[in-house]
Ligand binder design. Structure first.
Ligand code: CDP
Ligand code: CDP
Length: 226
């Protein structure tokens, strides 16, 4: 049997489509590195807010991206994000951070810095990276590109369940509005917009279970030598 290759797998899609849950499980099954690029944009936004700076100030977000040092580790609580030595896994997923990301993620200087870090992590292959621009910008040469989709109602229900499970109160209509706004800004910004790579495999996850979508991606990866 031919030796297995260490390929790059890019998973893109809108919020709540299942990117991180799928990417994490696929990475575990293949023994690959898991890269949550959204955690990087979230962390930079968190730094800007904590410094009391304005997320719309391009110099403040560029400076935050420059000083961000990331470490990703897995412990008994799951995947953890360590930013400049501090565990920020939970705080970067609060609505305050989520609702301030758009201007930071639209800043081309921030994107340039973070894309460079993401490419460095994937330079030897053996990576499952998820985000918005992985298959179109970060790893254009990924052997497998997947675009996940699900209806806006289903995605909002999933996000509401996650937030409630973490004890964060949710007003469903407000969350639906925020999700739509984020879809809009993610797909219309000039740099790093959410687009479907022409060579991506599409999966609508609305009617699938997580197990089914993981099995599908692993099968596609195996077909490409992983
Ligand atoms: O989990 P969810 O899809 O809600 O968010 P995420 O993947 O953690 O990404 C949070 C935000 O970061 C997105 O709405 C994007 O604006 C931004 N992002 C980006 O610009 N580029 C990426 N490669 C990943 C995330
Ligand atoms: O990363 P992204 O925002 O695209 O999605 P996620 O953080 O993986 O969240 C999706 C949520 O929906 C998780 O709680 C999953 O367990 C759940 N889910 C899914 O991803 N796929 C399904 N087919 C069904 C549920």
């Amino acid at each position: 049997m031919a030796p297995r290759k260490k390929i790059k797998i890019a998973i893109d899609g809108p919020a709540g489509s299942g990117k991180s849950s799928t990417a994490k499980r696929v990475a575990e099954e293949l023994g690959y590195l898991f890269l949550d690029s959204g955690a990087m944009y979230r962390s930079v936004t968190f730094l800007v807010l904590r410094d009391g700076a304005d997320p719309h100030d391009p110099d403040a977000s560029r400076a935050a991206a420059q000083k961000a040092r990331f470490r990703f580790k897995r412990d008994d609580r799951g995947e953890r994000v360590i930013l400049n030595g501090e565990d920020v896994t939970d705080v970067i997923r609060t609505p305050l951070v989520t609702n301030n990301i758009a201007p930071v993620a639209a800043n081309p200087a921030v994107r340039e810095i973070l894309v460079k870090k993401q490419r460095a992590l994937g330079k030897n292959g053996g990576i499952v990276a998820e985000g918005r621009d992985i298959g179109t910008v970060v790893f254009c040469d990924a052997e497998l590109k997947v675009f996940l989709m699900a209806s806006i109602d289903e995605r909002t229900k999933r996000r509401a369940r996650e937030l409630r499970a973490r004890g964060i109160p949710v007003d469903f209509d407000r969350l639906l509005h925020d999700m739509k706004r984020r879809d809009q800004s993610d797909s219309t910004r000039e740099h790093g917009a959410l687009k479907i790579a022409p060579d991506a495999v599409h999966i609508d996850t609305s009617e699938l279970t997580l197990d089914e979508q993981v099995a599908f991606v692993v099968e596609q990866a195996r077909k490409r030598g992983a």
